[in-house]
Design a protein around this ligand. Structure first.
Ligand code: SF4
Length: 103
């Protein structure tokens, strides 16, 4: 089962093309200059997913961003968007490098 789509809008990127509001008017409103605002909290109903994804993909400046959720899947496994924790590299002993160089 899917966790559902969540989006956010980076208004600093929006260039006022208005495409998003054309595709998904329930999720995007335009101000007097054509700049978009997100309606609601970014949670996308499954029935609106295609329209919102179309808005996301057609935005010329990529101002609409799909946000992954951190909830685990229903089966208890990690969400597919989850990334493993970055691991710290092993501390390097500079004398090892010198010893390698000298050999
Ligand atoms: S499609 Fe993109 S650039 Fe155009 S109004 Fe919507 S968010 Fe702004």
């Amino acid at each position: 089962m899917s966790d559902g789509l969540r989006i956010r809008l980076d208004r600093t990127l929006c260039d006022g093309f208005g495409i998003c509001a054309k595709h998904a008017p329930e999720y995007f409103s335009l101000d007097d200059w054509g700049y978009a605002s997100l309606i609601g909290d970014g949670t996308v109903a499954e029935k609106d997913r295609d329209a919102v994804m179309r808005a996301l993909l057609d935005c010329p400046v990529h101002a609409i961003i799909a946000v992954g959720t951190s909830r685990p899947s229903d089966d208890g496994t990690a969400h597919p968007d989850a990334r493993p924790e970055a691991t710290e590299p092993e501390p390097r002993n500079d004398s090892d490098a010198v010893a390698e160089f000298v050999r």
